[in-house]
Ligand binder design. Structure first.
Ligand code: TRP
Length: 335
């Protein structure tokens, strides 16, 4: 690779499709990096099985996720895209990093505590080890920047700590990565409970917009979005979380600022604003819908992208892993 800095990020294929939250908080930003950085995006299927998955669904979703990455506009010639499970170095590095990570610090992670509560019947080792695997994802590629939503900040912090600790013990090995969080729209909330993250686990099907939703479904969900009763379209996260969420969505989807959006809808009612927001989403995703149909009609294309992506990723990852194995004292064969 050239001397561009490396960006790494990933999304778990554990929802039926990318949510509008994934799109705005992640993929939409990834698009902006593709020329200035060496970007590596993974469908992190190893992470997904920390929560019980239906195998055939996981496979179908994983195939669809990569197609969605591409259909969103990520160019396979500019970005390395691959399945985490196709690059064994992720699990191998995670093992080594496990040996310098403490049970105590992992048990205190917010997401581990949340997921343990939610899946009390399946608090498995993988769930606890999730941040270490994520650190391995990041550190394998000499990553400088990790674009994430705010909920993943603690995990990147952990990756930084692990990198520094390893460097201290074994000498300079890893680049210590920085988190990158977009200023606005970093977090999109449920359309039905706008103080909670838009998440596929929401029981109310109107709460979550998937980018694969048909236009009429998108419009229905926005028309039913929960707001307050004051009927003024102004940004106020504390007192008007529903409207603020819609303003964020509208602004990102149209490329306008929050302020421009407020001005545009001054004196207008919520009903109209909800429809306009739905329309903005439908319109912005028009390209995606068309491309997604085309890509999914040719399964070999996605497979080809996945294969080439994994080949490149393996090549980069094995260099880092070799170095790590040497540093910790494993025997190296003279070739
Ligand atoms: N934990 C991330 C999430 O749920 C997904 C993820 C896995 C990731 N490995 C990563 C994100 C490495 C950034 C970098 O959103």
């Amino acid at each position: 690779m050239d001397d561009k800095k490396v960006i790494f990020s990933g999304i778990q294929p554990s929802s039926q499709a990318l949510t509008l939250g994934n799109y705005i908080g992640a993929v939409n930003n990834w698009l902006k990096f593709q020329d200035e950085y060496n970007c590596i995006y993974s469908v992190v299927d190893l992470h997904s099985i920390t929560v019980r998955q239906n195998p055939s669904e996981l496979r179908a979703r994983s195939l669809s996720f990569l197609a969605q990455y591409i259909a969103c506009g990520l160019d396979p010639n500019k970005n390395i895209m691959f399945y985490q499970s196709h690059v064994p170095q992720h699990a191998e590095l995670a093992w080594v990093l496990n040996c310098i990570t403490y049970v105590g610090e992992l048990s205190r992670m917010t997401q581990f505590k949340d997921k343990s509560r939610k899946h009390a019947d399946n608090i498995n080792m993988g769930l606890m080890d999730y941040p270490v695997l994520m650190a391995a994802d990041i550190l394998l590629y000499k990553t400088s920047l990790v674009p994430i939503g705010t909920d993943q900040k603690q995990h990147v912090e952990m990756a930084r700590n692990i990198a520094m600790r390893f460097n201290n013990v074994y000498g300079d090995t890893f680049i210590v990565p920085e988190p990158f969080m977009a200023k606005s729209g970093a977090k999109i909330y449920s359309l039905q409970a706008p103080t909670q993250k838009m998440s596929k686990s929401d029981e109310n099907e109107n709460a979550v917009v998937y980018i694969t939703d048909e236009p009429d479904a998108i419009m229905r969900k926005f028309k039913r979005a929960v707001t307050d009763s004051d009927n003024r379209i102004v940004y106020d996260e504390v007192n008007k979380p529903g409207i603020s969420n819609l303003i964020n969505i509208y602004a990102v989807m149209t490329g306008k600022t929050v302020r421009e959006t407020e001005i545009e809808f001054e004196g207008k009612g919520y009903g109209e604003f909800k429809i306009k927001t739905g329309e903005a989403v439908v319109e912005r995703l028009a390209d995606f819908r068309e491309k997604y149909k085309r890509i999914t009609s040719d399964k070999t294309y996605v497979e080809q992208v996945a294969k080439e992506g994994a080949d490149k990723a393996r090549c980069l990852a094995s260099k880092t892993l070799d170095k790590v194995y040497r540093k910790v004292g494993f025997v190296q064969m003279s070739k």
